[in-house]
Design a protein around this ligand. Structure first.
Ligand code: 13P
Length: 232
């Protein structure tokens, strides 16, 4: 596949993910943004101020690692207002190739209440997320937001943003997007089980076994909080 074809495929994938986020209550109206690294100094990212549920590939922006447009697109769109936050993730985490920011309904409700997703209630969320911390509030589009996530970036691929939403990152677009989906499912489960009664948590031993499985058998890519940090 030529470079141009690869880029076109990534643009289509960004649009597809945007549509799913919009349909799955992870980004109302114009909310959310997505980016992917295509070389050391170039990225594709969603345009600002448009619904991520209705994007077409010719709206996707091509930028450099400073966030400057390096190739105009057919729709003359400008990069996401949150691009600084995405760029900070790539700076701090050279292993990351894609970043997704959304306002998933249940996870954002936890972020607004300042409650991390830290109850180990289900094997998949323990394996794929561990726990999800809440970063301090930062004004959208300013340096405050990138600064707020730095303390969590080395050990987490999924972070709640206080009074705002959530951010996930991964080794490719699907990996970053699936973490957003898993996190929202986990938040919904926590919310529902807390409404029904007291969610029964996995024991420390069960959690250790799952973490061992993640590392030795599933070899899940990404960064996760240490076992100690989420054992009771
Ligand atoms: P953009 O449309 O500029 O990416 O902003 C959407 C958003 O969710 C801001 O937090």
């Amino acid at each position: 596949m030529s470079r141009a074809q690869q880029e076109q495929k990534l643009k289509e994938q960004i649009c597809d993910i945007g549509k799913r986020m919009y349909m799955k209550d992870m980004g109302a109206a114009n909310d959310g943004n997505i980016s992917v690294k295509i070389s050391e100094d170039s990225l594709l990212c969603t345009p600002t101020g448009v619904s991520k549920g209705f994007m077409t590939p010719d709206m996707i922006c091509k930028i450099n690692s400073k966030g400057e447009v390096i190739e105009e697109n057919a729709q003359n769109t400008s990069p996401s207002s949150e691009i600084k936050m995405h760029l900070r993730v790539y700076q701090e985490r050279p292993d990351v190739k894609a970043v997704v920011h959304g306002h998933p309904l249940h996870a954002t409700a936890y972020a607004i209440c300042g409650k991390p997703l830290n109850k180990q209630i289900m094997p998949e969320s323990t394996i794929f997320l561990g726990e999800v911390p809440v970063a301090e509030y930062g004004t959208p589009s300013t340096e405050e937001l990138p600064n707020s996530i730095v303390p969590y970036l080395q050990d987490h691929d999924a972070i709640l943003l206080a009074n705002h939403g959530a951010l996930t990152c991964g080794i490719d677009l699907m990996n970053a997007y699936f973490k957003m989906e898993s996190m929202e499912f986990y938040a919904k489960l926590l919310f529902l089980t807390s409404a029904i009664g007291e969610p029964k948590e996995l024991t420390d031993e069960q959690v250790s076994t799952l973490v061992q499985l993640r590392e030795e058998k599933f070899k899940v890519p990404g960064r996760f909080p240490s076992l100690k940090s989420f054992q009771k």
